[in-house]
Design a protein around this ligand. Sequence first.
Ligand code: MCF
Ligand code: FE
Length: 404
Amino acid sequence: MKIVAAKWLFDGETVQSDRAVAFDEKIVALGAPEELKAEYPNAKFFELDSRTVLMPGLVNPHVHLEFGANTTHLKFGDFMQWLESVIAHRDELTEACKAGCYKRQIDAMLASGTTTFGAVSSYGKEMRACKAAPQRVVFFNEAIGSQPAAVDALYADFELRLEESRTMASERFIPAVAIHAPYSVHPVLIKKILKNYGDLPLSAHFMESPAEKAWLERGEGPFKPFFENFLKQTAPLCFPEEFLQLLKGKRALLTHAVHADEKQLRMIAEDGHTITHCPRSNRLLGCGRMKLEKVEELQIPWLLGTDGLSSNTSLSLWDEMRAAVMMHCNAELENISLELLKAVTSRAADALDLPVGRLERGRWADLIVAPLPDDPESPGQLPLQLILHTKRVEHLYIQGEKHV
Ligand code: MCF
Ligand code: FE
């Protein structure tokens, strides 16, 4: 067993000082350093530098590793133009991203302190790399396809990938389901998937762009010619509310929700879903700012995701937190900083139903130590200072094993 004592500690909810954590694979106790030393005299004792913070490892619930080769291929600024560029470069980009490319992304996440990530996968090509990752991975097998005639074939392909991921299931590799979006997945396919795999963790993109809103709510906007020309489809598959109705009874992670209106947000709140906020992706794809204040007013739990390198420049949750602080420019600084730290630790763990994200007895010892540039003047500013300055972590443990 190890005991790590810290001048500063964030337990997933609050900032504390002069505390220690005793752990092996799991956290055994959180308490005053001298008390823990006395209680576990045989444990190895470490005292951290006072200019560091001990905290739970970060949880990134939404990343697409398949598009990790993108730097300058995809067009940023407008969602439809981005989507068209994804379709044009999809094969080339996914071909360019092989084992080394997945590993680079996994290592970058590790170096920045991410101990759990949710990998959204459309083809399953990165399954092995995710299985081999040191992190805990929720592997979201994605279903996509809107043509009724293709439902059976799409389901069969989805099922193959899902079942393959199931053969790899462990404490550190959790098979899960992603429904791409309300505009791109046929309701019959959604029903079939949820009937057979409704007990697995569930994620879906929802109300991301102005184009999605115009199409789903009014059958108008730039999605109209897109669907007519590419897929001979003249009307949307379902209204946003009908999509949410299909998910009723599940606790889904809904990604983006930038253009969800009050009624839809109320449904999300009532049905117990969570919103994964991806501020940099939203900015780069021309989707705008999610109304964080409305989401908080309705008490919808919100998480923070990086999305993939198809709509971002890094997979660091610290970069994402910095962007969130800047984007939500009317939010009170100390408050949004603390909320962001909770979003990437305790709230994300709760939403994924994983026993991590809090420094609490019985949880997996997925821990990080983040450096501070100097001694903080006041604990109230510590979350903000941490967010403003952190790039890499000094130490990282997963199930008590040191990886950084
Ligand atoms: O979250 C972003 C933007 N919204 C939708 N999809 C994706 C995002 N990043 C990657 N994607 C993937 C998605 O999984 O791009 C494809 C899907 O496979 C879009 S549909 C051609
Ligand atoms: Fe995404």
